[in-house]
Design a protein around this ligand. Structure first.
Ligand code: GDP
Ligand code: IMO
Ligand code: MG
Length: 434
């Protein structure tokens, strides 16, 4: 029995949803540990397309328990919408979903605060998803947040809510912003939604402990990616939670000693949405081609994703921070038509080779990537069922990524569907999901 983390090795949108949906078949529980509805995890099951934002992708497998852990920030309105979409598709959400009583709630005023902070003079705009994620985590860390459990103590909830509203109003006034929001009506709406979710709310750490005691295994589903992690990412161009492996323990209450492996998900190239340094970004024709062929538009905001080349130093860094046991390389098929494929094999800063990831965004912006070009295979790879059956040059490309990243490639994805995935027999990946 293994408890395994699946998380993004780059800047998000690596295909975590597809991978989690595929692997969930081997697990009893799938738990989200951070982020909120800033995530957009797309899963195709035949002709059906699902975009999961807050609810773990494991919900698409009947019988799998989907847990929203304490580290997640929950917008009840967004949750209700997502739940309705899944129920319309025939999924028994009430039976399969559980929500941590310790998760923090996002309120509409969090979005307002985010707008203020993104637009403020002399502040660097991050290009957020505008979902109120950052301000909600600010209230959590500031020890004035409202948790799901608080919603079920009506008097205390009203006090907490009204105090928080006053705080935000004062903040808005400081910036000469008027707002016409009916906060009392909003509070009633939240109370109604809270009643709806009551049967799903519990101490999910205790639920996960019981699952483990019953020898059930847990898959942890990361949102965003390591380079968007609040500590280890390209700060301040990051999200406000711990997307890397450590977050799985704090964000669910499952002890680190009970987690057995980490699977990193990485594209065969790389993308980023929003602002911030991106050493291997391609602003030319080839970058356009990656966006077109890879359908690289944000699942949440529809923004075009910035595209670039596989960055081996970045992967070595995210492997160090997460302790990847194995990698799933996705979207290999997107590279099928290229004559040659640049891979970043090293970084230079002001002409000097560097071996550490710089800590400041200014230094990150100044990185000069060193490329090695690999020959393209110019053959369709979609749906090829085994590593050995891939074109020779595609195998050489993957072997090169493996060697330069220092992490085993245990799986390769060649299309959005479940069956367009190779798991290499005898790999650590095969072992972890057995
Ligand atoms: P996530 O946020 O990490 O779950 O990734 P997204 O769902 O935001 O973005 C990944 C996109 O690529 C989705 O539309 C997937 O359906 C799609 N996708 C995943 N794996 C593959 C693959 O191997 N090939 C292709 N062509 N598309 C893929
Ligand atoms: P998934 O789980 C890609 C980015 C935003 C912005 C920064 C901060 O689908 O991989 P936030 O709204 O979180 O405060 O925005 O993080 N971002 C993502 N980029 N994939 C995601 O999620 C993202 N979630 C947030 O674009 O740059
Ligand atoms: Mg996504």
């Amino acid at each position: 029995m293994s408890n395994v983390i699946v998380l993004g090795a780059q800047w998000g949108d690596e295909g975590k949803g597809k991978v989690v949906d595929l692997l969930a078949e081997q697990f009893s529980v799938v738990a989200r540990y951070q982020g909120g509805h800033n995530a957009g995890h797309t899963v195709y099951i035949g002709p059906k397309k699902f975009v999961l934002k807050l609810i773990p992708s494991g919900i698409l497998r009947p019988g799998v328990m989907a847990v929203i852990g304490n580290g997640v920030v929950v917008d009840l309105e967004a949750l209700a919408e997502e739940m309705a979409t899944l129920e319309a598709a025939g999924i028994d959400v009430a039976k399969q979903l559980r929500i941590s009583n310790r998760a923090h709630a996002i309120f509409p005023f969090h979005r307002l605060v985010e707008k203020m902070s993104e637009a403020r003079e002399n502040r660097i705009p991050i290009g957020t998803t505008a979902r109120g994620i950052g301000p909600c985590y600010e209230d959590k860390i500031g020890r004035r947040g409202i948790r799901i459990a608080d919603l079920y103590d009506p008097e205390s909830f009203r006090d907490l809510y009204d105090t928080l509203v006053e705080d935000k109003k004062t903040l808005a006034a400081t910036f000469n912003l008027s707002d016409t929001v009916d906060y009392a009506a909003m509070r009633s709406r939240i109370e109604t939604l809270a009643e709806k979710f009551k049967p799903l709310v519990c101490d999910t750490a205790a639920l996960l402990a019981e699952a483990m005691a019953n020898r059930q295994n847990i898959l942890f589903e990361g949102a965003q990616g390591t380079m968007l992690d609040i500590d280890h990412g390209t700060y301040p161009f990051v999200t406000s939670s711990s997307a890397s492996a450590g977050g799985a323990a704090t964000g669910t209450g499952v002890p680190p000693t009970r987690i057995h492996g980490v699977i990193g998900v990485s594209k065969a190239y790389i993308t980023r949405v929003g602002s911030g340094p991106f050493p291997t970004e391609d602003h030319g024709e080839a970058g356009e081609m990656l966006r077109r062929e890879g359908k690289e538009f944000g699942a949440v905001t529809g923004r075009p994703r910035r595209c670039g080349w596989f960055d081996a130093p970045l992967l070595r860094y995210t492997a160090m921070v997460n302790g990847f046991d194995t990698l799933m390389i996705t979207k290999l098929d997107v590279l099928d038509s290229l004559d040659e494929i640049p891979v970043c094999v090293g970084y230079k800063l002001r002409g000097q080779e560097i071996h550490e990831m710089p800590a400041t965004y200014r230094a990150l912006e100044a990185i000069e990537p060193v490329y090695q070009k690999m020959p393209g295979w110019k053959t369709a790879t979609r749906g090829i069922p085994a590593f050995e059956a891939l074109p020779e040059k595609a195998r050489a490309y993957l072997n090169f990524l493996e060697e330069r990243s220092g992490v085993e490639i245990g799986g390769v994805s060649t299309g959005p569907e479940r069956n367009e995935t190779i798991i290499r027999p005898g790999s650590k990946m095969a072992d972890l999901i057995r």
